[in-house]
Design a protein around this ligand. Structure first.
Ligand code: 16G
Length: 247
């Protein structure tokens, strides 16, 4: 097929992008789990170079349209997980969406609040805080790396509790009678570092949705400051907006 080469002459799109568009049309017509042609076959069929095909395929893998299974091939991906942005915990949200979760506690230490953490947690600089890093899994697949900062004075004995129970919000409610009722949530893009990529089972540089949550209790006291690196190829976050008209 010479479509890609001739179309390109009349277009300013990079060659790999034409290949990508062609593949997107192909994927749209195929059910998840369908094997797509190999790099070699696509190179011949589309009359272009292997590097061009590889770049198009890599972007589609990063965007979660295709999935690579090592030693097996590249397949049309399953639809992404769609989660609403709301004041729930990871555990609650997964269960409400019909998934099971598990958590690996990667690090749980006491440290000293720097300026940024102190301001967010309403503490003085140098106050004792927890740094908790966890790998969050959905149906046994790693989905997010999450780092949480909380005041150590407010939550004494938190680390041993987190070694026993996987839900932070569960521990906060049961052991301290604290419930986050309000939060500011931010979303920005990032790329997986080699460590994140390793933990999440993606390639270094893969797209990441970096979420931040700064949550507060019913009295407006800060509870936690969290940053979560979610796999960009597996998540769609949904915020419901509504216009409140003044009468
Ligand atoms: C979510 C929240 C995190 C919270 C955790 C509690 C974001 C980005 N992350 O992952 O702030 O600590 O839920 O979940 O909103 P857990 O109770 O299952 O540990």
């Amino acid at each position: 097929m010479v479509v890609v080469a001739s179309e390109r002459a009349a277009s300013r799109e990079p060659k790999y992008y034409l290949v990508k568009r062609h593949l997107l049309d192909l994927i749209a017509a195929l059910p998840p789990g369908t094997l797509v042609p190999t790099e070699r076959v696509l190179t011949v069929e589309l009359g272009t170079s292997r590097t061009t095909v590889r770049r198009a395929l890599s972007e589609l893998v990063g965007e979660g349209r295709l999935v690579r299974r090592h030693g097996s091939g590249t397949y049309v991906a399953e639809p992404k997980i769609t989660w609403p942005l709301q004041m729930t915990s990871f555990t609650e949200q997964a269960s409400a969406s019909g998934y099971s979760t598990s958590t690996r506690l990667l690090e749980a230490t006491r440290t000293r609040a720097d300026e940024g953490i102190a301001a967010r947690l309403g503490l003085r600089v140098g106050a004792s805080t927890y740094f908790i890093e966890r790998l969050r899994l959905v149906d046994d697949t790693p989905m997010a790396v999450e780092t949480s900062h909380l005041s150590a004075a407010r939550f004494p004995g938190l680390i041993p509790e987190l070694r026993k129970k996987s839900s932070l919000y569960g521990v906060l409610a049961e052991n301290y009678g604290v419930q986050p009722v309000e939060a500011e949530e931010t979303i920005e893009t990032a790329s997986a570092s080699p460590r994140e990529a390793d933990l999440l089972g993606v390639d270094t540089g893969s797209p990441i949705l970096l979420l931040g949550r700064h949550s507060f209790d019913v009295d407006g006291q800060p509870i936690e400051y969290v940053r979560s690196w979610y796999r960009g190829d597996r998540y769609t976050f949904v915020a419901r907006l509504s216009a409140h008209r003044q009468e």
